[in-house]
Design a binder for this molecule. Structure first.
Ligand SMILES: [Fe+2]
Ligand SMILES: [Fe+2]
Length: 275
């Protein structure tokens, strides 16, 4: 099974640039085209929040039409830039699984060899996120209904620390019981998130925490204390989480762009270092 993860599109209304200069809409189109070209095709796509930049209906309509060419199911969750009500009214028709979601956009996709559990970390009006008691109780119930199959949990805000001073203050707040819950379920192969706009991997609560790069702008890696986050147009990307029997889940980061032709590793007989 192949799961493509795209995140943090920050789409704006048609013709409008994000942050005064980033064509996030064109960058999402590039991401969708890159996924559509993959052979073998992914079985599904997960989109881990900050789909819109300002939570506007026009932005979700742009997102819906940009994602429409993808032939496989696409599963979305909100990020701090999204607005649940607008997301539901604008995307709900094409994303029927959202009917499972009540107050929070949490749902289980049980159709694949890997179980997918979506968690909603959004606190309206705040940059950081949380898993409150209600959301944690739902998660415990969802895990309890599993059959031990490998499980991939996806959410927008990371519940784990990265050690990057400007990032950790806007992580997902959780209770100690949430950490214990994850640790008690070794079938959770990954917790995959967005929000930080660059690839990061950590070990946490007995599983692997993974942050995917944005399809648009990246957050510059800065390990200094007291420096505010800055963005840059480092290569955009997406992730492929590939599950194989006997291997488990392997996560790949795929840059998006035109990198020229591919080449075979053919060397001339006199190329140095071959003997
Ligand atoms: Fe974002
Ligand atoms: Fe975010």
């Amino acid at each position: 099974m192949i799961i493509a993860q795209i995140t943090d599109f920050h789409v704006r209304p048609p013709g409008v640039l994000a942050y005064g200069g980033i064509d996030t809409n064109a960058m999402l189109r590039n991401a969708v085209a890159a996924i559509a070209r993959l052979d073998p095709a992914p079985d599904c796509v997960i989109a881990t929040g900050d789909l819109a930049d300002c939570g506007l209906q026009e932005e979700y309509e742009e997102i819906a039409s940009t994602l429409a060419p993808l032939p496989m199911p696409v599963f979305v969750i909100p990020g701090n830039h999204d607005r649940r009500a607008v997301m539901r009214s604008s995307l709900g028709v094409r994303h029927r699984y959202l009917e499972q979601a009540q107050q929070f956009f949490q749902y289980v996709i049980d159709d694949f060899p890997v179980r997918l559990i979506a968690l909603d970390t959004v606190i309206a009006g705040e940059t950081g996120g949380e898993i409150c008691a209600v959301r944690e109780a739902w998660f415990a119930h969802a895990l309890g209904q599993g059959d031990g199959r490998p499980t991939l949990v996806f959410m927008h805000h990371p519940p784990f620390k990265t050690g990057v001073p400007a990032m950790d203050p806007m992580m997902c707040k959780t209770a100690p019981s949430f950490v214990d819950l994850v640790a008690q379920h070794p079938e959770i192969e990954r917790i995959v998130v967005g929000h930080y706009h660059r690839p990061i991997v950590v070990r946490w609560a007995g599983t692997i925490g993974f942050v995917a790069p944005s399809t648009a702008h990246q957050v510059v890696l800065d390990l200094r204390i007291s420096e505010p986050s800055r963005w840059a147009l480092e290569p955009p990307g997406f992730a492929l989480h590939v599950y194989r029997d006997g291997v488990g889940i392997v996560s790949h980061v795929v840059p998006i762009g035109d990198f020229g032709l591919t080449h075979e590793f053919e060397l001339a007989p006199d190329y140095p270092g071959q003997t």
